[in-house]
Structure formats: structure tokens, C-alpha cells
Design a binder for this molecule. Structure first.
Ligand SMILES: Nc1nc2c(ncn2[C@@H]2O[C@H](COP(=O)(O)OP(=O)(O)OP(=O)(O)O)[C@@H](O)[C@H]2O)c(=O)[nH]1
Length: 295
């Protein structure tokens, strides 16, 4: 589960990006479908900005992971949104025993026509080959490991087929690269950086923590006041000039955080709040809706 300590490699230098692109471009030649994982709690912010360019015209399935931590209403809207944009999209909870099977089913469905055409042209039936892509912490390894642990056969143990050693057979008709393509988020966009920090995917210190705290509290008050009430018995009046200090004081009191040199321990309050946001204990929250981002 995403947590306070989960850290994204935020040092994406042009060299890293070029390398990631190169590796993916190599693999993409031999795959039929790209499975792009994004986090359902921020399905725009957790996307790589250049994915279209990188994956060229390969069929793509956008999978919103961690739907158990996101707001169901928004998850539905996001799936619809991406479908309207012309992609295949679905949401999953990878913690559920068999959910990933739905992803395979969907891939089969997307490629049905292509495979039938190949058959009609007299080509030998073959397995669909897929690759998983996504920014750090969206669930790529969880997804691949689940598939691999169930029924994995390394298919490339033929001499001279080095590349194929990275491909695992999941089912008779489905193969997957065993390592995902790791892409970078658009951290120079403030909206994205804030959301990525709230997902717990990067060390939150890349942004001033108090700004992040204030932005999160404002958003929760406007969108999920009930969750704040249930978790912290907190009701914020954003028109009150003193709401920020009062919020800190209130949480410290309710959660019995010891004062520091006679004052509210602001750092401890933020630490507690962010860890509860990250691990989902405040509730199912989505940080952006399709209506507020320009995808
Ligand atoms: N609740 C919940 N947690 C999930 C889900 N999918 C993944 N996780 C958790 O999210 C965290 C990150 O998952 P990973 O599979 O390591 O993500 P990744 O994309 O491989 O991350 P990197 O290795 O950093 O690129 C782990 O703690 C997983 O257990 C999901 O659908 N629901």
C-alpha cells in the first residue's frame, strides 16, 4: 500500500527519460497492446505526459489501479472520460484476488478483431503480447507479480533469443514482459506535483509541506467534509481567517499530539494527516475530476 515512506525517483533527468523511451521503443515493436497503469485517486496526474508519443499507435488499455482507495463516483467518470477520448479503460483493485484477470479479458477483447484477421490470413495462432507501463507506485509490480505467481512460464529459454527471456507466458494466449516500463510524471506542473505528493508516491518534501496540507484541507472541505468530520471531528469554515491554525490545533487536540515547547506540534500533525491520507484511512478520496483538468 502506498505510504508515507514510498518514494518516487524524482530525479528524472533528460538522460533517464531518453533511456526509458529507448527501452520502451525497443519492446514496443514486438507487443500487441500497452497496459498503461494510472492511480485511480489522480488518474490525470499519475499519467506520463508523453505516453502517446512513446507508445505511438499501439492499442492501449488504461487501467485505473487502487480503485478501493478512490471515490467510486469519480472512478466511473474517469473511465468514461478516457473511453470518450478513444481509449479502452477500466478500473481495478489489485488487492483483490482475481481482479487482474479482468485486465487480460479486456486485452483479449480489444485484440479480438486483429487476431481473427491474422487467422483469416492463414497465420499461425499466437499469444497476445502485452507490456505494462506507468509512473512509479501505480501498481506495476503488483500487477505483474500477481500474474506471474499464478502461472508463469519463461518462454524465452531458447538459445539466442535473449530478448524473449523477459517475456512470461500467463495463459496459452497471453504473454507479458516481466519488467514494466517506468515512466515519469509531469512534476513541473504544480497541480500534478501536488497530487502525486498526496498519493504518497514521492517524498512530500519536494513541495512545502504546509502548502500541501493547506491545499489538501481546502480540497477535502470542499469535496469530502464528511470524511474530515468522521476522522477528526473537524468542520472547517474556509471563510474564517484563522481556519488554518485552528485546524492544526484541532487535530492535535483530537489525536492527542503532545505540544512542542508549549505550541502545537505542526510537523507531527502533518505527518499524521499525510500518512492517513496515503494509507486510505481517512476514506476513499479522488483528488481530481475529469472536468477540472485539461487532458
Ligand atoms: N489498495 C491498493 N493498493 C495497491 C493496489 N495496487 C497496488 N497497490 C499498492 O501500491 C503500492 C505500490 O505498488 P507497486 O506494485 O510497487 O507499484 P509500482 O508501479 O511497481 O512502483 P515502482 O516500483 O515504484 O515503479 C504497493 O504498496 C501495492 O501494494 C490496489 O489496487 N489497491
Amino acid at each position: 500500500m502506498a505510504n508515507q515512506n514510498a518514494k518516487m525517483n524524482i530525479h528524472w533527468f533528460p538522460g533517464h527519460m531518453a533511456k526509458a523511451r529507448r527501452e520502451i521503443s525497443e519492446k514496443i515493436k514486438v507487443i500487441d497492446i500497452v497496459i498503461e497503469l494510472v492511480d485511480a485517486r489522480a488518474p490525470y496526474s499519475s499519467k506520463n505526459p508523453m505516453i502517446n508519443e512513446i507508445t505511438k499507435n499501439k492499442p492501449r488499455l488504461i487501467v485505473l489501479t487502487k480503485k478501493d482507495m478512490a471515490d467510486d463516483r469519480y472512478t466511473k467518470q474517469w473511465v468514461q472520460y478516457y473511453e470518450q477520448c478513444g481509449y479502452q479503460a477500466m478500473s481495478v483493485n489489485l488487492k483483490n484476488f482475481n481482479e487482474y484477470q479482468k485486465v487480460i479479458e479486456k486485452c483479449r477483447h480489444v485484440l479480438k478483431e486483429k487476431m481473427e484477421k491474422e487467422k483469416a490470413r492463414g497465420l499461425k495462432p499466437r499469444a497476445i503480447r502485452a507490456m505494462v507501463l506507468g509512473i512509479p507506485n501505480v501498481g506495476k509490480s503488483t500487477f505483474i507479480n500477481k500474474l506471474a505467481n499464478r502461472k508463469a512460464t519463461v518462454t524465452g529459454n531458447k538459445p539466442g533469443v535473449t530478448k524473449a527471456q523477459q517475456i512470461i507466458r500467463i495463459a496459452k494466449d497471453f504473454e507479458l514482459f516481466d519488467t514494466p516500463g517506468v515512466l515519469w510524471p509531469k512534476l513541473d506542473d504544480e497541480h500534478v506535483a501536488k497530487n502525486i505528493a498526496l498519493l504518497g508516491s514521492i517524498k512530500q518534501s519536494i513541495l512545502p509541506l504546509d502548502d500541501l496540507f493547506i491545499a489538501a484541507m481546502r480540497y477535502l472541505t470542499e469535496n469530502y467534509p464528511q470524511l474530515l468530520k468522521e476522522r477528526y471531528q473537524l468542520e472547517i469554515d474556509l471563510d474564517d481567517d484563522n481556519w488554518i491554525v485552528e485546524t492544526f490545533d484541532h487535530i492535535a487536540k483530537v489525536r492527542k499530539i503532545k505540544p512542542l515547547r508549549g505550541e502545537t506540534d505542526y510537523d507531527r500533525v502533518m505527518e499524521l494527516f499525510f500518512s492517513e491520507i496515503n494509507d486510505g484511512s481517512i476514506g476513499q478520496i479522488t483528488w481530481e475530476s475529469p472536468t477540472c483538468v485539461n487532458v
